[in-house]
Design a protein around this ligand. Structure first.
Ligand SMILES: Nc1ncnc2c1ncn2[C@@H]1O[C@H](COP(=O)(O)OP(=O)(O)OP(=O)(O)O)[C@@H](O)[C@H]1O
Ligand SMILES: [Mg+2]
Length: 258
């Protein structure tokens, strides 16, 4: 009997040690993902800011060269205001993402969240021949930790974007409310996922975006694993449907508070 008790004690101790280890690993994964996202976003931001600055220099030069051309000067100034506002919008949204983490679940306008993500990606999707369809009711809300949920949407949108390069396609973000649940769907008409890969996509570090696969950019394979973690922490679910060559659809279901 005392032997049994001792065995049980040591088992309980082992379980609690492993639970602690599990918790620490999850925290590490979250940190890694934040860094991976930051790296990704920084590269896109650097690229977009550069795109924004280039025409500014050209316009300013043209205005200086032809000071008597009032229409041209006016256009140059308008473009300057527009582009610098856009640049600070991109930077502000990145800073908010990096600094503004609050672990509180808040009621948020879904459409605003999605628009903010597009703004922080800072990319003109039409330049990549991607048509974006937003079918989200204006007044639809979700109960989420805003920064984390934005990361989920961002990862799914970036994946859809990758899957449609270089040919382009249609990216649809749609949502509806069913009883006490919010349903959000992110669908693309990209490469699709093979049946053998679809089993693995939520595993940390599973990626097909490697140098060998000649992907346009390499991936860390952490995006979807982290999305799943976040959605589960919100007591929601995430499901995927995909057909090779046709496209992919991710469906998120989130509980709504009364
Ligand atoms: N929309 C999609 N269309 C096609 N394949 C996808 C799509 N989303 C995910 N995948 C597949 O799932 C894999 C894992 O995705 P995940 O977002 O976890 O990592 P990643 O995009 O490869 O890298 P990271 O997100 O860390 O930059 C991808 O490499 C890709 O093969
Ligand atoms: Mg990804």
């Amino acid at each position: 009997m005392p032997q049994l008790i001792n065995k049980r004690r040591s088992l309980t101790k082992r379980i609690s040690l492993q639970q602690q280890e599990n918790k620490e690993l999850k925290a590490k994964l979250a940190k890694l993902q934040a860094l991976a996202n930051l790296g990704k976003v920084s590269a896109i931001v650097a690229h977009e800011i550069n795109n924004i600055l280039m025409p500014l220099g050209n316009y300013a030069q043209a205005a200086l060269n032809y000071p008597q051309d009032q229409a041209l000067t006016e256009k140059a100034l308008k473009k300057t205001i527009q582009n610098s506002a856009r640049a600070s919008e991109i930077l502000e949204s990145i800073m908010a993402m990096v600094n503004g983490e609050s672990a509180e679940i808040r009621r948020c306008r879904l459409l605003n969240i999605v628009k903010e993500v597009f703004s922080s990606i800072g990319r003109d999707f039409s330049k990549d021949k991607i048509k974006v369809n937003l079918e989200i009711p204006e007044d639809m809300n979700v109960d989420v930790i805003p920064v984390q949920f934005q990361q989920v949407i961002m990862n799914l949108i970036l994946n859809a974007h990758d899957a449609m390069k270089p040919h382009g396609g249609i990216l649809t973000v749609k949502a509806c409310q069913e009883k006490n649940k919010a349903i959000i769907i992110i669908a693309d008409t990209g490469t699709g996922i093979s049946p053998e890969n679809i089993e693995k996509i939520f595993e940390p570090f599973f990626t097909t975006k490697t140098i060998e696969s000649q992907a346009e950019r390499t991936g860390s394979g952490l995006g979807l694993a982290f999305c799943m973690d976040i959605i589960e922490a919100h007591n929601g679910t995430m499901a995927v449907q995909s057909e090779r060559g046709q496209g992919t659809e991710f469906k998120i279901t989130l509980p709504l508070k009364d």
